[in-house]
Design a protein around this ligand. Structure first.
Ligand code: DOR
Ligand code: ZN
Length: 346
């Protein structure tokens, strides 16, 4: 039985760090384990220009505790007014790694997102030309579409037409939650990858709704039926290079989660690697964890894997805090519902 597992240091290909006191509190939780992360731009106001991204990167670096080694991979928030020249300059200088597409109204702080996809076509064409990848929140927002169907409908109505119209565009389907998402990625000939979150490998919609409503399991895209969770687990643990981890770790304070209108987001930065090792061991795929956590993501983004390593060891139940204190209020750490036995070696 494997008791110790050493990986090339992992990256998180989808992360919310927020700003200010929240940023200072949550950044060490990621930087302790991950070398790099794609930083989501859905601040209020959002990160829309190269200047915004540079300023945000500087705030992140200023918040990084001494001695921690972490590189934020910045993104721009795509709007109908995005200036293709500003975007291209930010990409050419290495300031940004990708651009994020939020359909307007799809999730937290997405009001400035895209309503009319035709309006961003010229920007997408420019991105294809310069090799700048597009990260996509893949849910339609039409009120007549059931929330559990919004990812599948997005693939047909929005994503596939965009990819056909812009063949050179490299796309990351973020936080896929359905078998449809898995199959769409598998059917693509090239230029398409997908992130899978930690929590979507663990929970299905029953975890949110059965036996009382569990606000800390509510996120977007919302967890689906068990058959979809199983499809995600098969994709994540199957060794296919098109799937890699993006935690979507998204801190909200407890009062904002435990509310009559609670925010979407699961905070998984603290215990993600212990949970992933647990899941991969359950699937008999510990030897594939390195691919999912450390190798497939860099390959998709055309970056080298990290030089350093990280070692997980199996032993007594891992002690991790139930909540992180943030100065804005407590943030509850995702509870997988079982004890974790794989700990990251300090
Ligand atoms: O659950 C989510 N939380 N999904 C998102 O897409 C956004 C995120 C957030 O920013 O809180
Ligand atoms: Zn997100």
């Amino acid at each position: 039985m494997t008791q110790s597992l050493t990986l090339s240091r992992p990256d998180d290909w989808h992360l919310h760090l927020r700003d200010g006191a929240m940023l200072r509190a949550v950044l060490p939780e990621t930087a302790r384990h991950f070398a790099r992360a794609i930083i989501m731009p859905n601040l209020v106001p959002p990160v829309v220009t190269g200047a915004d991204a540079a300023a945000y990167r500087d705030r992140i670096m200023a918040a990084l505790p001494e001695g921690m080694d972490f590189t934020p991979l910045m993104t721009l928030y795509l709007t109908e007014d995005t200036d293709p020249d500003d975007l291209a300059a930010a990409h050419a200088s290495g300031l940004i790694t990708a651009v994020k597409l939020y359909p307007a109204g799809a999730t937290t702080n997405s009001a400035s997102g895209v309503r009319d996809f035709d309006k961003v076509r010229p920007v997408l064409e420019r991105m294809a030309e310069i090799g700048c990848p597009l990260c996509v929140h893949g849910e339609v927002t039409d009120s007549e579409i059931d929330i559990f169907d919004r990812e599948a409908v997005f693939i047909d109505r929005v994503l596939d037409p965009i990819r056909r119209a812009t063949p050179g565009l490299r796309v990351t389907m973020e936080h896929i939650t359905t078998r449809d998402g898995v199959e769409y990625v598998q059917s693509a000939e090239q230029g398409l990858g997908a992130t899978i979150t930690t929590h979507h490998l663990v929970i299905n919609r029953n975890h949110i709704l059965v036996g009382g409503i569990k606000p800390h399991y509510y996120c977007l895209p919302v967890a689906k039926r068990e058959e979809h969770r199983l499809a995600l687990r098969a994709a994540a643990t199957g060794g296919d290079r098109r799937f890699f981890v993006g935690t979507d770790s998204a801190p909200h304070t407890d009062p904002n989660k435990e509310s009559a209108c609670g925010c979407a987001g699961c905070f998984t930065a603290t215990n993600t690697l212990s949970i992933l090792a647990h899941v991969f061991e359950e699937e008999g795929a510990l030897d594939r964890l390195e691919g999912f956590a450390s190798l497939h993501g860099p390959a998709h983004y055309g970056l080298p894997a990290n030089d350093g390593t990280l070692t997980l060891t199996k032993g007594d139940a891992v002690a991790y805090p139930q909540k992180i204190d943030t100065g804005e209020g407590p943030v509850t750490v995702f509870d997988p519902g079982y004890p974790l036995h794989w700990s990251v070696q300090a």
